[in-house]
Ligand binder design. Structure first.
Ligand code: NAP
Length: 329
């Protein structure tokens, strides 16, 4: 066991996840491509232990994270065994392709239950605090997907369940099914949301608010684009910022337009006494409907810098208007 910092709960803010009893840290840490992926296990350990010392109690995984897929759960599971389990919120997901054949992906009962069992074994935990349907499945009835999540709760393999990347209409339909069938509530939604990708504001957030569902925003830094890492240099074509979720935004702009927007945002952040990353996180957390911003990190110093965003979460109307102009919804 590592010895966690005695003051670990002094600085972090904890927010209620929708209308549930679950409190999540305003900043949570995900493993996606970093831990068990392009960062070694020692770096992953340094990041996770530092995060916990800063009050980050929530660590997010999925069956397919890491290289090879699944390795993130193995690496992070081993590190988390050094920390007190009852102080942690550990999540995983199933939905993207994980093993060959017809049951290795999407949202059938067969796939979700088998994948959860595999993830529990890889991580070496008895239960997940949150288990997600990772993406909507157009061909499986919502009754079956939500019924499978409900089964995991009844089996004691998950305490809470959630959905990820469901569009607003599909999410509202899912809430209707859950309520009609008396299934485990959809406690949390995990969508893509950041300054460069604001689609959820109109499409999803009105529905999560009505349903009393918490929201944890993934890729709040657009996988690194909303940091000072690429302000003064061309975007490396193989960087996650160029190839992953923010790629639509970057491709639809010239290198010069990208730099102009990001440098203007950086200028505003500096006026606020923040880094671009800190402002990007504060901007997400400005909304009361957002429970947590789910960051990634490849160094403990990045986590330290990002947690300092919590020192200033308020925006003037003028600042918000400037942001809307630079990053229209
Ligand atoms: N549900 C889904 O479908 C889904 C999809 C994607 C992600 N997620 C979740 O969201 C989590 C976060 O995704 P993400 O890693 O793309 O998040 P992100 O927070 O948008 O980007 C993280 C990256 O930004 C850079 N960074 C972070 N803080 C920095 C700082 N202060 N200064 C400079 N650079 C900084 C690092 O890049 P370098 O590593 O290059 O240094 C870091 O790996 C994932 O781990 C996963 O849990 C969920």
């Amino acid at each position: 066991m590592s010895e966690p910092a005695a003051d670990r709960y002094d600085r972090m803010h904890y927010r209620r996840c929708g209308r549930s009893g679950l409190l999540l840290p305003a900043i949570s840490l995900g493993a996606w491509e970093t831990f068990g992926g392009y960062r070694d296990a020692g770096t992953a350990r340094d990041c996770i232990l530092r995060a916990f010392d800063l009050g980050i109690t929530h660590f997010d995984l999925a069956n397919n994270y890491g290289r090879p897929p699944g390795n993130a759960e193995v690496v992070v599971g081993e590190i988390l065994r050094e920390l007190p389990r009852d102080e942690l919120i550990v999540s995983s997901k199933a939905g993207y392709r994980m093993w060959p054949g017809p049951y290795g992906e999407w949202g059938s009962k067969k796939s979700l239950v088998a994948s959860c069992d595999q993830s529990l074994k890889r991580m070496g935990v008895e239960y997940f605090d949150i288990f997600y349907s990772h993406r909507p499945d157009p061909d499986t009835p919502l009754e079956e997907t939500l019924g499978a999540l409900d089964l995991l709760v009844r089996q004691g393999k998950a305490l809470y369940v959630g959905v990820s990347s469901y569009g607003g209409a599909r999410f509202a339909e899912a809430v209707g099914v859950q309520q009609r069938m008396g299934l485990a509530p959809i406690t949390i939604h995990q969508p893509y949301y950041n300054l460069l990708g604001r689609q959820v504001e109109d499409d999803l957030l009105p529905h999560t608010s009505t349903a009393g569902t918490g929201v944890i925003a993934f890729c709040p830094l657009a996988s690194g684009l909303l940091t000072d890492a690429y302000l003064d240099r061309p975007l490396p074509p193989d960087s996650r910022a160029a190839t992953q979720w923010a790629s639509g935004w970057t491709r639809s702009r010239s290198e010069e337009q990208r730099r102009e927007t990001l440098n203007a945002l950086d200028g505003l952040a500096k006026e606020r006494g923040q880094t671009l990353a800190q402002m990007a996180l504060a901007w997400i957390l400005r909304l009361p409907g957002i429970t947590s911003a789910l960051i990634g990190a490849s160094r403990p110093q990045q986590i330290e810098q990002n947690v300092t965003a919590l020192d200033n979460l308020s925006f003037t109307q003028e600042e918000l208007a400037r942001i809307d102009h630079l990053c229209p919804a």
